[in-house]
Design a protein around this ligand. Structure first.
Ligand code: ADP
Length: 163
C-alpha cells in the first residue's frame, strides 16, 4: 500500500530491552508500520544469534499486525528501501548517541540519494538509561534484570547463562 508510512527500526537488539520496546511502541503509534531490523555487526561479539533474536522479538510482537521483525544484511538504507520504509527510527539516550546519529543520518541520506530519512525518538524517562550491554553486565553479576527486559527475554538470557 503506497499510502502507508512504514519505518525501519534497526539495531543489534542483543537482547531487546524495555528501552527498545518503548521506542517500538512510540513508533507504532506514530506510523502505520514498524519493521524491526536485526543487523549483524561483525565488530560486536553477540550473545544471541540473529535467528535467536528474530524469534525472541517475533514472540514479543506476535499479536501486533503493524510490527514486523526481519534480519537485515548489508547497508541499513538498503534494508529500508527493500521494505519500502521512508525513514529509519533511532532512539536517543545521550550526547554520545547524538554525535553518532548525526553522522549516520547524513551518510544514510547520501548513500540512499535522499530516499531514506532518519527520525529520532526518546524513550520515556524510566527506560532512558537502559542498554543491552548494561543488561548483560547486571546479569553477569547475578542481579535482577526484570526491570530492564521482558519476562520472556529474561528467561532466554538465563538459559544462555545456564541457570
Ligand atoms: P546499535 O548497535 O545499532 O546501537 P542497539 O540495539 O544498541 O543497536 O540500539 C538500537 C537503537 O535503539 C539505537 O538507536 C539506540 O540508540 C536505541 N536505544 C537502545 N536502548 C535505548 C533506550 N533505553 N532508550 C532509547 N533508545 C534506545
Amino acid at each position: 500500500d503506497k499510502d502507508m508510512t512504514k519505518v525501519l527500526y534497526p539495531g543489534s537488539f542483543d537482547p531487546i530491552t524495555k528501552g527498545h520496546m518503548n521506542i517500538v511502541e512510540q513508533a507504532s503509534e506514530l506510523f502505520d508500520e514498524v519493521i524491526i531490523a536485526i543487523l549483524q555487526n561483525p565488530k560486536k561479539n553477540p550473545m544471541f544469534t540473529a535467528q535467536e533474536r528474530l524469534e525472541m522479538i517475533s514472540e514479543l510482537y506476535k499479536h501486533y499486525n503493524n510490527i514486523k521483525v526481519v534480519i537485515g544484511t548489508g547497508a541499513t538504507v538498503d534494508v529500508a528501501v527493500l521494505h519500502e520504509c521512508k525513514a529509519i527510527v533511532r532512539g536517543l539516550r545521550s550526547l554520545t548517541d547524538y554525535d553518532y546519529e548525526v553522522q549516520m543520518q547524513q551518510i544514510n541520506k547520501d548513500i540512499s540519494n535522499n530516499q531514506v530519512n532518519t527520525i529520532c525518538l526518546f524513550a520515556d524517562k524510566e527506560y532512558q538509561f537502559i542498554s543491552s550491554s548494561m543488561v548483560k553486565e547486571v546479569l553477569s553479576l547475578n542481579k535482577d534484570i526484570s526491570s530492564y527486559v521482558d519476562k520472556s527475554v529474561q528467561r532466554k538470557l538465563k538459559m544462555k547463562r545456564g541457570n
